[in-house]
Ligand binder design. Structure first.
Ligand code: RTP
Ligand code: MG
Length: 136
């Protein structure tokens, strides 16, 4: 089943020069990039993107982090793309993420964990509309 997911290379990934590394892993997996953009999020977009975490103690810090510099937003498409990219990304906390995953190989800290991937078909649809409202 082909589907689409939203991925972000977070500001830490961009500032560390990991855009090519992440996109290479995505493409080698067989996922196809259908939209790609470097942008800096405003606070309202960031809050909307992470709305499910609004009551969490780390929310303000997360919004500050994700708006702190340019990130790369992409829509990728392929067989079970949502689950497939989450598996490539690895566990949220890079310390617990398996070696071989993006976070497991390249990250150390839970907030600056390099990438985001939509976690369900509902989230993917919502997030793709938020980031790329004109995408067909
Ligand atoms: P994401 O939404 O970014 O793909 O990450 P995820 O599903 O693996 O993790 P989630 O629970 O949705 O958390 C969203 C992002 O919030 C930051 N975070 N900080 N300080 C903390 O304890 C903490 N916990 C989560 C991370 O940047 C995480 O990816
Ligand atoms: Mg999440």
């Amino acid at each position: 089943m082909s589907e689409r997911t939203l991925i972000l290379i977070k500001p830490d990934g961009v500032s560390r020069g990991l855009v090519g590394e992440v996109l290479t892993r995505v493409e080698r997996k067989g996922l196809r990039i259908v939209a790609l953009d470097l942008r800096t999020l405003d606070a309202d977009t960031a809050k909307s993107h992470y709305e499910e975490h609004a009551q969490r103690p780390f929310f303000d810090s997360l919004v500050e982090f994700i708006t702190s510099g340019p990130l790369v937003a992409a829509v990728v498409e392929g067989h079970r793309a949502i689950e497939s990219f989450r598996a490539l990304a690895g566990a949220t906390d890079p310390v617990n993420a398996a070696p071989g995953t993006i976070r497991g190989d390249l990250g150390l800290e839970v907030q600056a964990n390099i990438v985001h991937g939509s976690d369900s078909t509902y989230s993917a649809e919502r997030e793709i509309k938020l980031f790329f409202p004109d995408l067909a």
